[in-house]
Design a protein around this ligand. Structure first.
Ligand code: PLP
Length: 278
């Protein structure tokens, strides 16, 4: 594993961040997590585009633009020499005397960690995971991949304390997404997921699944759905950069259908694996 901050490679436990860093004091920044498979950044350009949009949304100007970030990532991965890794890349509004207002003439901070990724546990892939439902208590701009993750942290911790892997979030009776992944249901051989809006993060893995469905002529529908529909679904699965495509077989201690991964989910897992070159 290696770390990087503002032009310098550091060890992960090295003291490298000033106390008055806005990421540290305010969570004033944005981030990305990118998966490398066999030395290749999976959908790297899509991640960079989303990062650019997140930075723009909170009005952080990237000196050198997104190209400078691509260079930092690619040089880092080369230096780390870990072909199967996850890259965490964070941009904050920089270090300045604590004040809510934007600091003047302070450059953004760019930091990164690169860590090896082990393949997912066979047990989770074969049996699926248990999840809980939890109210979505986040703000109105969840399309921004912001460092402010308190509601997500609290929801995921609540899940872990019930021996569950994730928390499915709902607002006004409708499913939004999970604390750190996108959620899908299958009803009548149609893959259904919440439409993109300011209420959810536009998942890169979601985009990959949509492309896969279009190519494989699997019906794919983007529409809102209720928690009742979630509980009556034929199949449920979640996706993220680090979880890939993962079957959900139990929700709040209730079985999804027979309580085993569904056929379409299994097919999508295989097609996704192929898309990553594994
Ligand atoms: N939704 C939230 C809230 C997330 O934090 C994440 C990823 O961490 C996702 C969805 C999945 O996004 P992606 O597939 O780009 O990893």
């Amino acid at each position: 594993s290696i770390g990087f901050i503002n032009g310098k490679y550091v060890a992960l436990d090295e003291k490298a961040v000033p106390i008055e860093e806005r990421g540290h004091q305010f969570g004033d920044g944005v981030y990305e997590v990118i998966r490398y498979y066999n030395g290749e950044g999976f959908m790297l350009e899509e991640h960079l585009e989303r990062l650019e949009k997140s930075a723009e949304a909170i009005r952080i100007d990237l000196e050198g633009g997104i190209d400078s970030i691509r260079t930092i990532i690619e040089e880092g991965v080369k230096k780390a020499a870990i072909p199967d890794c996850s890259v965490y890349l964070q941009i904050t509004r920089g270090a300045a005397e604590r004040n809510h207002l934007f600091p003047k003439d302070v450059p953004p901070s760019v930091s990164m960690t690169i860590k090896p990724m082990a393949p997912f546990s066979k047990e989770m892939l074969n049996n699926g995971v248990s999840v809980i439902t939890h109210p979505d208590e986040r703000w109105a701009n969840c399309y921004i991949k912001s460092l402010n993750l308190l509601p997500n942290i609290l929801a995921k911790q609540a899940a872990a304390e019930k021996h569950a892997y994730e928390a499915i979030l709902y607002k006004d009776g409708k499913v939004t997404e999970c604390s750190s992944s996108t959620i899908f249901i299958v009803l009548n051989d149609t893959v259904i997921t919440t439409p993109l809006s300011k209420q959810i993060l536009p998942g890169i893995t979601r985009m990959a699944v949509k492309e896969i469905c279009e190519k494989a002529a699997i019906r794919f529908e983007e529409r809102e759905y209720t928690t009742e529909e979630l509980f009556s679904a034929d199949e449920v699965f979640l996706t993220s950069t680090t979880s890939e495509v993962l079957p959900v077989t139990h929700i709040d201690d209730r079985k999804v259908a027979e309580g085993t991964p569904g056929n379409l989910t299994t097919l999508l897992m295989e097609l996704f694996k192929a898309k990553t070159g594994q």
